[in-house]
Design a protein around this ligand. Sequence first.
Ligand code: CTP
Ligand code: MG
Length: 235
Amino acid sequence: AAVGLIVVAAGSGRRLGADVPKAFVPLAGVSLLGHALRGALSSPGVAEVVVVAPPGWTDEAAAVCRWARSQPSAASAPAAATRRTIGVVPGGAERGDSVAAGLAALSPAVSIVLVHDAARCLAPSTVFDRVVAAVREGAAAAVPGVAVVDTIKEVDATGRVVGTPDRARLRAVQTPQGFRRDVLERAHAASSDATDDAGLVERLGETVVVVAGDPLAFKVTTPGDLETAARILAG
Ligand code: CTP
Ligand code: MG
């Protein structure tokens, strides 16, 4: 079962507020997309990669792909490294549209699909490995999750608290999220409208399992998150 990876990098990064799209913002001299690809390519299971870039940034994204594939971590991944195909396609207006564009570009050989946010640029390869393993072992969908530290309230439109779910039962989910390809395609055929692909799969009534996530798979959203990422890289 060949694993294909979709890296969604087509967002503008409005909350980050940089003068380039978020995936191209530098962090310790390397774009967020470059970091994300470097982590993903050191997972030996990934056979094919599609990067979904902002329209107008596909050439730039292709250059980042060439850089990432030349990195020692990618080269040390066995045989797959040289046979890996890496492509770039333009994204859509919403994240879900970008995932759908990536899905349409995967080769027929791919039967397990990972979807990863470029913005989770420090996600370690071990998370990719765990997600792939869960799908290989038979899960229709597997997502990395971490325990929630804050108590979470559900509120109504006026801000009034409706309920307090038991925190022990909650997980904050990250990417890469992994899917049987047919399941993810059915989910997107129904609707691509969700911030989380696993949510689409849940709507189909398919089972989604949570595997251990990693604090390093946090999403760079705000300037403060970028500072956090820079501090982590500085050791
Ligand atoms: N994304 C995408 N296509 C979109 C919107 C988002 O590929 N139309 C990607 C982003 O590039 C990012 C991931 O989805 O890697 C998660 O989205 P988010 O963190 O919200 O990034 P942005 O949408 O770029 O940021 P913002 O919402 O602040 O504008
Ligand atoms: Mg967004």
